[in-house]
Design a protein. Structure first.
Lengths: 745, 293
């Protein structure tokens, strides 16, 4: 300090040279702080991803099976998982002391150095024998742990895995109806024998699945279709009986004459317009005539003589006979298939596998209610000789389990087996959502940014859109259920619930046309001769036009939603089955599209605004119209930004669960939303979704502790799918960007 | 104290000079006298600007401009920044219409047909003119597509015809030899000078009646500027060129006629030589000799 003062006094010029930038001004501490923030963020991200990847990919790895013998002589099989210290109960402490006094505590690992007891969690399976999937074993109770080679883990189609030893494989014959038999082969069954039996069994199982899951459901579907066809015919007949007669002939003829006059008037006026330039009244007259003509034509078409006739009794009888014949044919085919199925099942029933667990010598039963009846071979999904596997064998099991997980249907109420339909559901939903939200959002943003007059209204719209992004997603779910499923879907299914009577409805249509006419006339008038009017008058008239159009839109909605001429596309299925009137993937994707719309609109608007004005000017200078400029210059330049919006929308939509629970995701969907049957994409079907599946696995399964690893795996899969979908969009965007890349000018 | 000094300086300036200075003219609030040289009066005008005025909202940018731009050759518009020369140029193809608050008065005739009339189709009007901007603005597409863009938006899709027009335009813009092997490549990868020549090719591909250049060299290095100037000289054999420029040397080098504008008014219009060497007005003399502006 004193140094500085001295220098200042001696040579004032040098102080400026020697002056150091103050520490606070250089901002290094802030840089460190910022770097620390980045490090924290990175750590969080790596932590989340790492945890999911590690735990998710460990699920299918098969560790060895321990055969644990306890001090009291009991034996059990289990796959060890967690080892931890614990606080024993007082009575257990007493027993530990007792054992210590007896000198039985020879297990070195039973206590930590500080004397705390250690316990280990074993996965023991065999749930159908009435035990929990997991068992905690204090290590001090353990007498010995072995890993015998002949112990296997059997994955079954029900009740989870069974741990035991394969004793024998047998075919039940008529002479020896008792499937357990008396003569267990003492040695385990040989691998080759087992494998060939499994191969024939699998062929049979595939045949059963084909009949049971594909052919019979298809026939049943056809039967349902026939019933609906019949019901539709009957409904038609009833409606005919209930409906009024056609309007009197003079009315019809009158409308016909009106229509002809109107069309003639329009043609004449068009000619007049071409020859004289007689101002703004002519287009209004043309509009009026066209509306009149349209109205009359619509009326004539809908109320044409004979339109209320419906089906004749003969036709209905004919349909009844036809349906009867077809139904008989289908029932015949079905009974043939059922016989075939019975034969196959009987054959299948003969092959039994006896797997015995060591603790009580019980076998893996065919069902919980018949504990002594050995399991059918076809109930086995996979036999894993966990202690007799080489490393490559383990990898083989691992990969085969992954493949099963990705490519098969779920089992046991979606708590085991594969997630194939779940993946299909998620991907279909995301793709549908993207192709519905992107065009809508881009068009909206284009209008807002390029065409709409920037002012109070556009600002309000922008604020509304941005706020839409902050609405909790469950609210969208409620809206989707209420509007899409029940209102819109209900309308598609059964038409208006309370249709207006024909006479009043035509009155409504007349008022609608009048509103269109007034609004159109006001608009035309302002456009043509607004300059000649005082400002206040032209403003008043344009407000009139806007109000007229609003009224017209409301009336149009009213007219459409209460038309007496529409009875729904799927009326015959009601009330047994809703088609679009219930939850389904179409409504779910539209709900999510609404949810992600703000993201797309905002991103697109920004991308459009970022297109340099010089480029637009260049295009206008070449004589391009506004639309040509947007089409050829603005949209291609904004494409990378639009794709960014699409990516964000996809990522948000694919991960959303709450609204899906309301509008269509289910635990177990009966069919895929996409199939090879027309119309290939079934928007009315419910579907499974990975996000919802995670919830189901974690919280809805009866044995959630055992499904916990699957939760991690499903999470990993969800992340991977979202990443993959994003990656595709990112690659497309990168290619577009490289095409737009500028050189350094 | 400062005001006093300024007033003194002004008084000194007024006393020192024989003729009234430009500063005096501004101080007096007098409009500039418009001086059109006799040679320019009876020419065959391509663009006939008649008492043309323009407002941006409340601000008036052009004051009753009267100007007849001769057919063929280069006409340069010079003047200090903000004098309205770019506005005048952009009024000819009505690019100013894109600004919301623009209002105009007076008339312009392009080859005898009105530019500002209610029944004029602005888009068709712009197709009759070619325009090159200050900053090169190639579109984000291939070189070929850039050049034929005006034809494409006019609905021309015959490949052979487009190819022919593209070659002709690029040759006229002295760019053909450099890009003939990479017509499919992105135009954005060209250098600045090449991009500007590409924009010139784009402006002349549809055979415009007039070519409008808005400071075409101000974003370029001296070498590219030289090439563009040579190109303009060559193109002016076939097209009428109207060029806005900051650079008086450039105007002197390239143009045959020069219009000097100041504060939204046309000050003097005449053959380039006489504007630069024997201007009729003192304001012009002071500007071209670099004493103000």
């Amino acid at each position: 300090m004193s140094d500085v003062t001295q220098t200042t006094q001696a040579t004032p010029a040098q102080t400026t040279v020697h002056r150091r930038t103050p520490f606070s001004a250089r901002g290094e501490p802030r840089v460190w702080l910022m770097a620390m923030a980045v490090v924290v963020c990175l750590a969080l991200i790596v932590g989340i991803i790492g945890l999911i990847v590690v735990r998710g990919s460990a699920t299918f790895w098969q560790g060895p099976i321990d055969e644990v013998r306890l001090q009291d002589g009991s034996v059990f099989l289990g796959v060890p998982s967690v080892t931890e210290t614990y606080q024993p109960q007082p009575d257990e402490l007493e027993r530990i002391e007792q054992a210590r006094a007896d000198g039985q505590l020879d297990n070195a690992h039973a206590f930590t150095k500080t004397g705390e007891p250690v316990r280990r969690r074993y996965f023991v399976g065999n749930r159908d024998l009435g035990q929990e999937s997991f068992r905690w074993v204090p290590l001090w109770e353990v007498a010995s742990i072995e890993q015998p080679k002949d112990v296997v883990l059997v994955e079954r189609d029900e009740w989870g895995p069974f741990l035991g030893r394969v004793r024998t494989l047998r075919a039940v014959t008529d002479e020896d109806p008792n499937p357990t038999g008396q003569e267990f082969k003492p040695e385990s069954v040989s691998d080759r024998e087992l494998q060939s039996a499994i191969d024939t069994m699998e062929a049979r199982r595939a045949a059963i699945a084909r009949i049971d899951r594909t052919q019979i459901p298809r026939l049943q579907n056809q039967l349902r279709q026939l019933e609906w066809k019949l019901k539709a015919a009957h409904l038609n007949q009833e409606r005919r009986a209930a409906s009024a007669d056609a309007p009197p002939a003079w009315l019809w003829w009158g409308a016909m004459v009106g229509c002809i006059v109107a069309v003639g008037g329009v043609l004449g006026l068009r000619k007049a317009v071409r020859h004289t330039n007689s101002g703004s009244r002519v287009p209004v007259a043309i509009l009026a005539c066209l509306l009149l003509a349209t109205g009359s034509l619509a009326y004539l078409w809908l109320e044409r003589p004979g339109s209320h006739k419906g089906m004749s009794d003969d036709q209905v009888t004919q349909i009844e006979q036809q349906v009867e014949a077809e139904r008989n044919a289908i029932l015949n085919e079905q009974s043939g298939l059922l016989t075939q199925l019975d034969d196959l099942r009987e054959e299948d029933n003969r092959y039994r596998i006896i797997i015995e667990e060591p603790s009580l010598g019980r076998i893996s039963p065919v069902s919980r209610s018949a504990p002594d009846d050995p399991m059918r071979l076809s109930q086995v999904v996979r036999i894993v000789p966990a202690n007799d596997l080489s490393f490559s064998g383990r990898i083989g099991v691992y990969l085969s389990r992954w493949w099963e997980f990705l490519s098969t249907n779920p089992r046991e109420g979606a708590t085991a087996g594969g997630v194939y339909p779940v993946i299909v559901g998620t991907v279909t939903l995301t793709v549908l959502l993207t192709i519905s939200v992107v065009p809508l959002g881009v068009i909206a943003a284009l209008y807002l940014r390029e065409y709409a007059k920037q002012g109070v209204v556009t600002s309000i719209i922008r604020i509304a859109i941005n706020n839409l992004a902050g609405v909790p997603s469950i609210v969208y779910g409620m809206f989707g259920l209420g509007f899409f499923c029940y209102t819109l879907g209900g309308y598609i299914d059964e038409g208006p619930t309370e249709p207006t009577p024909v006479g009043s409805w035509w009155g409504l249509v007349g008022v609608l046309f009048l509103a269109i006419l007034i609004a159109g006339a006001c608009g035309l008038f302002v456009r043509r001769s607004g300059d000649r009017l005082p400002d206040s008058a032209s403003r008043l008239i344009s407000i009139g036009a806007t109000v007229g159009w609003l009224v017209a839109v409301v009336l149009a909605f009213w007219a459409i939603s209460s038309t007496p001429y529409f009875h729904g596309f799927f009326e015959a299925k009601l009330p047994e089955q809703t088609t679009f009137g219930g939850r389904g993937i179409l409504w779910a994707s539209l709900t999510l599209a609404l949810l992600t719309l703000p993201v797309v609109i905002v991103a697109t608007e920004e991308a459009i605004a970022a297109v340099p004005g010089s480029m637009r000017e260049g295009s206008y200078g070449c004589g391009a119209s506004k639309w040509q400029t947007i089409r050829k210059i603005v949209l291609p330049s904004a494409m990378p930004g639009i794709l960014t919006g699409a990516i964000l929308a996809m990522a948000r939509g694919a991960g959303e669960v709450a609204p899906l629970m309301l509008v269509g995701a289910v635990n177990l969907a009966p069919a895929l939303p996409v199939s090879t049957d027309a119309p290939f994409l079934h928007g009315d079907r419910t579907f499974m979704h990975l996000g919802f599946h995670i919830y189901t696995l974690g919280f809805q399964s009866p044995d959630s502790e055992a499904t916990a690893p699957l939760v991690w795996t499903t999470t990993l899969l969800l992340i991977t799918i979202v990443l993959l979908l994003n990656l595709i969009a990112i690659i497309v965007r990168a290619r577009l960007r490289s095409r737009m890349a500028t050189s350094a000018v | 104290m400062t005001t006093q000094t300024a007033q003194q300086a002004l008084a000194e300036a007024t006393n020192r000079k024989d003729a009234p200075s430009v500063v005096d003219v501004i101080a007096a609030g007098k409009p500039f006298p418009t001086e059109v040289h006799a040679e320019m009066r009876n020419t065959d005008a391509v663009v006939d600007v008649d008492q043309f005025s323009l407002w941006y909202g409340q601000t008036r940018a052009l004051f009753e401009i009267k100007l007849e731009i001769p057919r063929q050759g280069v006409t340069a518009l010079i003047g200090p920044s903000g004098c309205g020369k770019s506005t005048l140029l952009r009024s000819i193809n009505r690019l100013n219409d894109l600004v919301d608050s623009v209002r105009t008065d007076g008339q312009m005739l392009l080859n005898g047909s009105p530019v500002y009339a209610p029944d004029v189709d602005v888009i068709e009007l712009r197709k009759r003119l070619g325009m090159v901007f200050q900053k090169p603005n190639p579109f984000p597409m291939s070189i070929f597509e850039n050049v034929v863009y005006p034809l494409r938006i006019d609905g021309e899709n015959r490949r052979g015809l487009l190819m022919e027009a593209c070659e002709r335009a690029l040759k006229a813009a002295a760019l053909w030899d450099e890009v003939k092997d990479r017509l499919k490549h992105s135009a954005l990868r060209l250098s600045g000078g090449q991009q500007q020549r590409l924009c010139i090719a784009r402006a002349i591909v549809a055979d415009p009646e007039v070519l409008l250049l808005d400071e075409p060299c101000s974003a370029l290095d001296p070498l590219s500027t030289l090439r563009i100037e040579e190109l303009i000289t060559e193109i002016s054999q076939r097209y009428t060129v109207i060029m806005v420029t900051h650079n008086m040397q450039q105007a002197a080098r390239v143009s045959q006629a020069t219009a000097f504008m100041y504060l939204g008014r046309l000050v003097e219009f005449g053959p380039t030589q006489s504007i630069f060497q024997t201007p009729h007005l003192d304001e012009t003399e002071q500007y071209v000799s670099g004493r103000f502006g």
